[in-house]
Design a protein around this ligand. Structure first.
Ligand SMILES: [Zn+2]
Ligand SMILES: [Zn+2]
Length: 375
């Protein structure tokens, strides 16, 4: 069930980064909730576009996807060790829709020693339905690289510095003659970095970066659902040669709830009630996302009737009013009655008036003809 990210964005497999970005922007604008008025189908589409673009905009992810498809190795990082990172509170949060309109073009690189943007990271966060309804503060902890504090990311020991590779003159690539052709290869001396380190930093062994654990406390906004993706700018992997950090993407997964079923911003629950409660009318206590509420059931309520508790649903991610809670009452037929109770029901039945059962009467009227005809 691998998705075709190219097809989703309507581009070909040979499209350039620019063509992909243009196609994505066009679709994202077209399906932006402001334009579609929060249409669910459009929202799902937009999620698909985001997912496809997230992979195709990134050179490495795209190459991995081309090779393995969607089911390929995960794009995140494996666990790393190292010292604990700092703890931060609060967050410059933006939702899924904001992150792609800021114009983050120009990640191209020119020359091996030019500043490059760090890789993006992905973090999956699991939430209960209540947390999703009201928003929640979540503590994230994930492995990430940090620029080495000893060498400032250069990889060269104190008192020394990186030198431009003489083999490739800092280009990171060399041209190699092969038959009639000359082809470009990664430089074997500097491994494509364009620089050589004669005296490597002891702490990072010349890598310029060390493994670390990053801890962050983030406010997940009310209204998220499974598949919602939030981005934290500049919380991804560090860039190279002074380039900016990548971004951290938080992918939300909302767990199913025992009582409530979610339908967008609405929640629904089923409540068993007794025969006497629907016959005589009653006020029952109903669980809500906030706690509980009272629901008045009028006398003569039919089983399966759905009552609406306005504004007790889930907050809208875009700040519209809260959804509703729908309560379906289900009459529970008593299954284990004592003899006294059965006797009362028998008495009740003998006193029955057909006027009390208009549905039954209407039904009998409808089938009277066919029954009468068959006699
Ligand atoms: Zn170092
Ligand atoms: Zn080189």
């Amino acid at each position: 069930m691998s998705k075709d990210f190219y097809k989703i964005l309507g581009v070909s497999r040979t499209s350039t980064e620019d063509e992909i970005r243009t196609a994505y922007r066009k679709l994202a604008h077209q399906f932006h909730p402001d334009k579609t008025g929060g249409d669910k189908v459009a929202e799902e589409k937009l999620k698909e576009f985001n997912e496809a673009y997230d992979v195709l905009k990134n050179k490495d992810k795209r190459a991995q996807y081309d090779k393995f498809g969607e089911a390929g190795p995960q794009f995140g990082r494996g666990p790393g060790g190292g010292q604990a990172g700092g703890f931060e509170s609060g967050s410059p949060f933006e939702d899924i829709f904001d992150s792609f309109f800021g114009g983050q073009g120009g990640r191209g690189r020119s020359g091996a020693q030019a500043p490059t943007h760090g890789d993006d990271l992905e973090y999956r966060v699991t939430m209960t339905l209540r947390e999703a309804a009201f928003g929640a503060k979540k503590k994230l902890k994930f492995p990430r690289h940090e620029n080495c504090a000893d060498c400032g990311g250069s990889g060269a020991a104190k008192g020394s510095s990186r030198e431009t590779c003489k083999q490739c003159n800092g280009a990171g690539q060399v041209r190699v003659a092969q038959g009639f052709f000359s082809i470009t290869r990664g430089c074997p001396i500097c491994h494509g970095t364009g620089a050589v380190i004669r005296d490597p930093c002891k702490r990072c062994r010349g890598a310029g970066q060390v493994n670390s654990d990053r801890e962050l406390s983030v406010d997940i906004p009310a209204g998220v659902d499974t598949g919602s993706r939030l981005s934290l700018r500049g919380e991804g992997e560090p860039g190279r040669n002074g380039g900016p950090r990548g971004d951290l993407y938080i992918r939300v997964e909302v767990q199913p709830d025992d009582v409530f079923e979610r339908d967008g911003v609405n929640v629904q629950c089923r409540i068993p009630v007794s025969f006497a409660q629907v016959v005589l009318g009653a006020t029952i206590s109903v669980p809500t996302l906030d706690g509980k509420a009272e629901l008045k059931i009028p006398a003569g309520t039919q089983s399966g009737t759905i009552f609406k508790l306005r504004g007790l649903g889930i907050a809208d991610l875009r700040g519209y009013r809260r959804g509703d809670q729908l309560v379906e009452v289900q009459v529970e037929t008593p299954s284990k009655l004592g003899n006294d109770q059965k006797e009362l029901v028998r008495q009740f039945e003998t006193l029955n008036d057909t006027k009390a059962y208009p549905l039954h009467k209407r039904f009998m009227d409808k089938i009277k003809e066919s029954l009468g005809g068959g006699a």
